[in-house]
Design a protein. Sequence first.
Length: 154
Amino acid sequence: MNKAGLITALADQTGQNKAEVTRTLDALMETIGATLAQGGRLLLVGFGTFDIQHRSARAGRNPQTGVAIEIAEATLPKFSPGKALKDRVAVAHKPKAPPPPVAADARKPKPKAPPPPVAADARKPKASPQPVAAEARKPKPKATSPSKAKKQPD
């Protein structure tokens, strides 16, 4: 969901128009940003905590060249979800229970029914293939049109 989707959802839930919800959401984001910029933290019980995180300078490597570089220190915003939010997400994405185990006798394939009996006279021996004469195996010459055919002397 993006900001426009959030504004629409909040307007539907609260009954306020989108302009009022937009002003409220902008004020909330501004307040969170100002609090973190001043070095403070914002705790919303059940939802989570907005805080700042300090990273000291450290050595790193350029992955393309392998050359050692110095990574500068940084102060970054950080969000830690609260227990109620974690639980709600975990329940919503809980994996489905596996299907119940199948009884051992149900797994065995059922035997096939025997074929119907065939009358004795219906069982005729198969004829063996006849040998093909050498003349029959020769490839046939390609047919040509009479206009393209070469005349042979008599």
